[in-house]
Design a protein around this ligand. Structure first.
Ligand SMILES: [Zn+2]
Length: 284
C-alpha cells in the first residue's frame, strides 16, 4: 500500500469507538518496530515525527522510510508531522509526502490559531492531507516546546466547536489534563470535559501525552471520543534504555545491528501493548 491520509483511519475509529495509536519515531529501527507491530496485530498505524526529528533525519529520509513501510504493509499507515508551528515546514512536509500534519498555534490567541489553522486546512484539502490542531495548552515538554504546568490550560468545549466550524480542521487535540513526558503522579484527566467536547465536535479527537497514562484511563478517553493517542516519551525511553542495558551487559559488542535488534523488539512489544489498550488491534 501507499501512505494514506489519517483522516479515514480516525473517522472510522471515532465511529467505532476505538483509538489509533500514533508513535513518534526517531530512528529507522523505531519506525520498523512500530510498523511490524501494526502488521502483526492487524492495526492501522500513524507514524509521527516531531520537528526535531525532521531536522535530525531529513524529510526525504523519513518519507522514504515511511513509504517503504507502507509498501510492505497490508495494514494502512499514515505519516504525521507532530506539533509544528512553522507554516513553511508544514508545506514542505505535505508536498514531500506526509499525509497528516499538526499546526500547533495553541500558544497564541484563539483568533490567530483559527487564522493559521485555516490556512493549513486550505492547502491540505487539495493534497488530501489530514490536519490536526490544538486548543488549550497541553503541559510538559515535547522537543523544544516547553509548557509550564501553570501555563497549561484546558480546552473550552464551546470554543472547540467554534474552532472546528471556523477552520474546517479534520482532527482536534483539546487539552484535557494530560501532559507531555512522564507523569510524576497520576495525570488529572478531565473526563467530563472530553464528553462535553465530543458532544459538540464531530471530528476525531486526539489525546496528547499518551505516555504513562493508566490503562483504564486510556480506555475511558477512547470510549469518550479520543480516536488517536500519541505515544512519544514511553517508546523513546524504552528504546534508549534497551540500548543502555545492552552496552552495560555486553561492552565488547561493537556491531550496531546486534544491539539495535534487541531495542527494536522491546519497542515492538510496547507498541502492541499500546495498540491493544487503544482497541485498534484487528481493526485494519
Ligand atoms: Zn503532543
Amino acid at each position: 500500500m501507499t501512505l494514506i491520509s489519517s483522516t479515514p483511519l480516525l473517522v472510522e475509529a471515532r465511529k467505532e469507538g476505538y483509538g489509533v495509536a500514533a508513535f513518534n519515531v526517531h530512528t529507522l529501527e523505531m519506525l520498523q518496530a512500530v510498523a511490524e507491530a501494526a502488521e502483526e496485530s492487524r492495526s492501522p498505524l500513524i507514524l509521527q515525527t516531531t520537528v526535531g526529528t525532521v531536522k535530525h533525519l531529513g524529510i526525504d529520509y523519513i518519507v522514504g522510510a515511511a513509504k517503504a513501510a507502507a509498501k510492505r504493509a497490508s495494514v494502512p499507515i499514515a505519516l504525521h508531522l507532530d506539533h509544528c508551528q512553522d507554516f513553511d515546514l508544514i508545506l514542505k512536509c505535505m508536498h514531500a509526502g506526509y499525509t497528516s500534519v499538526m499546526i500547533d498555534q495553541s500558544m497564541h490567541p484563539f483568533e490567530r490559531n483559527v487564522e493559521m489553522t485555516k490556512k493549513v486546512v486550505e492547502v491540505a484539502r487539495a493534497l488530501n492531507v489530514n490536519v490536526e490542531a490544538e486548543l488549550g495548552k497541553v503541559g510538559g515538554v515535547e522537543d523544544d516546546i516547553h509548557v509550564d504546568e501553570d501555563a497549561a490550560a484546558l480546552a473550552d468545549p464551546e470554543e472547540c466547536q467554534r474552532f472546528v466550524e471556523l477552520t474546517g480542521v479534520t482532527t482536534l487535540a483539546p487539552a484535557i489534563g494530560t501532559a507531555h513526558g512522564i507523569y510524576k503522579g497520576e495525570p488529572k484527566i478531565d473526563f467530563d470535559r472530553i464528553q462535553q467536547i465530543a458532544a459538540r465536535v464531530d471530528v476525531p479527537l486526539v489525546l496528547h501525552g499518551g505516555s504513562g497514562i493508566p490503562g483504564d484511563h486510556v480506555k475511558r478517553c477512547v470510549s469518550l471520543g479520543m480516536a488517536k493517542m500519541n505515544v512519544a516519551t514511553e517508546i523513546k525511553n524504552a528504546f534508549s534504555l534497551a540500548l543502555q542495558r545492552s552496552f552495560a551487559e555486553r561492552p565488547d559488542e561493537l556491531d550496531p545491528r546486534s544491539y539495535m535488534a534487541g531495542a527494536k523488539e522491546i519497542v515492538k512489544a510496547l507498541a502492541i501493548e499500546k495498540m491493544t489498550l487503544c482497541g485498534c488491534t484487528n481493526k485494519a
